[in-house]
Write a protein that binds this ligand. Structure first.
Ligand SMILES: [Zn+2]
Ligand SMILES: [Zn+2]
Length: 183
């Protein structure tokens, strides 16, 4: 597992003005510079573009509910071929609740947006789903050309390494119903 990027300094904030909030709520759509995520210097992930968000804040009693989505363009090194590529990481169902009393005029949701985006970072980023990777023997990028030592398996799937695993069926149904035999 690549290390989760450390909680380095991130300077930009996403603030929602709640001073005049009505029952209707408020929608905020915007864009922030990429350094919100504080990924500078991370060996695995880098920020390639701005963070975009589309959030709605609604009052609910003494709480504020913020929901919506956010996305960021991030750069990765492919886990298989080590090429750099960029892709969009998206939080499609941002949902956080805040105590209204703790936020008088401005609600700062940047830490939660950041955290949710970081959770969407793939553990094994792939430049494309069928990336063939590098030959483990000669290092040839198999996306560009085959090599003599590469085995003749075109359908190299992400799960091919699992093919050799012996899958033992559970010997008995799990003990979920302890009273199944009591009769
Ligand atoms: Zn790749
Ligand atoms: Zn090879």
């Amino acid at each position: 597992m690549p290390a989760v990027p450390s909680a380095g300094s991130f300077s930009i904030v996403i603030l929602i003005d709640i001073a005049q909030l009505t029952d209707e709520g408020r929608r905020v759509v915007g864009e922030e510079p990429a350094n919100l995520l504080g990924l500078d210097g991370d060996p695995v992930v880098s920020e390639a573009g701005p963070i975009r968000y589309d959030l709605t804040v609604e009052p609910a009693g003494d709480k504020l509910i913020v929901r919506g989505e956010a996305e960021a363009s991030l750069g990765f090194h492919c886990s298989r071929c080590d090429k750099f590529f960029s892709t969009t990481v998206r939080v499609s169902s941002f949902l956080h609740t805040y105590e209204w009393a703790e936020h008088s005029a401005m609600l700062d949701v940047s830490a939660d947006v950041r955290e949710d985006l970081l959770l969407e970072i793939p553990g094994f980023p792939l430049c494309r789903a069928d990336c063939k990777g590098l030959c483990p023997q000669c290092g040839q990028d198999l996306n560009e050309a085959a090599c003599d030592c590469s085995p003749a398996t075109d359908g190299l799937s992400p799960w091919s390494a699992l093919d050799g695993w012996a899958v033992k069926p559970a010997s008995k149904p799990a003990a979920g119903k302890p009273q199944a035999d009591s009769r």
